[in-house]
Design a protein around this ligand. Structure first.
Ligand SMILES: O=C(O)[C@H](O)COP(=O)(O)O
Length: 312
């Protein structure tokens, strides 16, 4: 079986496939148009998120039996079309859930203790102790939306902090020793912190908007290590200005990667300009799931799933 790798990953992925009898081919740079011309030759595809694997692409991939998405989010693959064409799709949230849980925790503790602001101040010779008095997680209520691999991982990390962890999820029966399932309304009335752990779907796109934020009873902190399109930045900035949102840790943004570069030129939308100036906002470039360890684990998980289901 010929497998085409469209993005680079840990070497363990290719070596496991090779040991299992697959032939690896690599193209990390060609455009989608050029890949379209050769994709009918391959039995398997390994992707991260370089370009969307849409209907046109899947229809051209006449021999394709499986796609391994070396990551958690599958929004870049047209899953309905893949299913109709009997192309199996695998993702690997087991590989980066721990990384995401740790990153979310790091962001929350940093925000509670003003670490990004305090660091800049000290470097500039400013020594403000009262202004940098922090908050403790003990006794707070952390509300998670989405209780899959990522949400559960964050809840597990939080279990040592003597805080209350509640979650809202469309599926019932997910409650465990680390978190209690509640309705969205209950979450909005109790939470001191909101952390998102949902995939990008039509339901979650634009979910955190003006009306949703207004539904929270108390001012709260927002952590987003999931998908940027879930949060309307203009509405978040308004809430940060009014104090309804006390701080935000954002690993993902409504616009990212190539489109994000334009945020730094004069075309940058005003809300983004404001967001980048706020010292109660902590940003990272979509790396919550990208650790040294998760690079290996993601690759291992995908290779194992492919070999198990499509072994030669
Ligand atoms: O879905 C994921 O696992 C993360 O968002 C990372 O995705 P990427 O490797 O495609 O950027």
């Amino acid at each position: 079986m010929k497998v085409l790798h469209l993005d680079s990953n840990h070497d363990i992925l290719a070596s496991m496939l090779e040991d299992a009898g697959y032939t690896n081919h690599y193209d990390y740079t060609s455009s989608k148009e050029n890949i379209l011309k050769v994709i009918s030759d391959y039995d398997g595809l390994i992707v991260r998120s370089r370009f969307p694997i849409d209907q046109e692409f899947l229809k051209a991939a006449q021999k394709l039996k499986f796609i391994g998405r070396v990551g958690a989010g599958l929004e870049n693959i047209d899953l309905d079309v893949a299913q109709k064409l009997h192309i199996a799709c695998y993702n690997a949230p087991e590989g980066n859930r721990n990384a995401v849980g740790e990153h979310a925790l790091g962001m929350l503790l940093s925000l509670f203790n003003h670490l990004n602001r305090a660091d800049q101040e000290v470097r500039n010779g400013i020594w403000l102790r009262e202004e940098n008095r922090g908050l403790e997680l003990e006794g707070k209520t952390v509300g998670l939306i989405g209780y899959g691999n990522m949400g559960k991982s964050f809840a597990r990390k939080l279990s040592g902090f003597d805080c209350k962890v509640i979650f809202y999820d469309l599926k019932n029966g997910l409650e465990d020793k680390n978190a209690t399932q509640v309705s969205l309304k209950e979450l909005q009335s109790q939470a001191d912190v909101l952390s998102l752990h949902t995939p990008q779907t039509t339901l979650t796109t634009g979910m955190v908007n003006k009306e949703f934020i207004a539904g929270f009873k108390k001012p709260f902190y927002l952590i987003n290590t999931a998908r940027g399109k879930s949060v309307i930045i203009a509405d978040l900035v308004e809430a940060l200005e009014s104090g309804k949102v006390k701080g935000a840790g954002l690993d993902v943004l409504e616009y990212e990667k190539s489109s994000f570069t334009s945020l730094f030129d004069k075309e940058m939308p005003l809300p983004f300009k404001k967001l980048l100036k706020m010292d109660n906002v902590l940003l990272s470039p979509h790396v919550a799931g990208w650790t040294i360890e998760s690079k290996y684990k993601l690759a291992h998980v995908i290779a194992s799933k492919i070999i198990k289901n499509h072994g030669l």
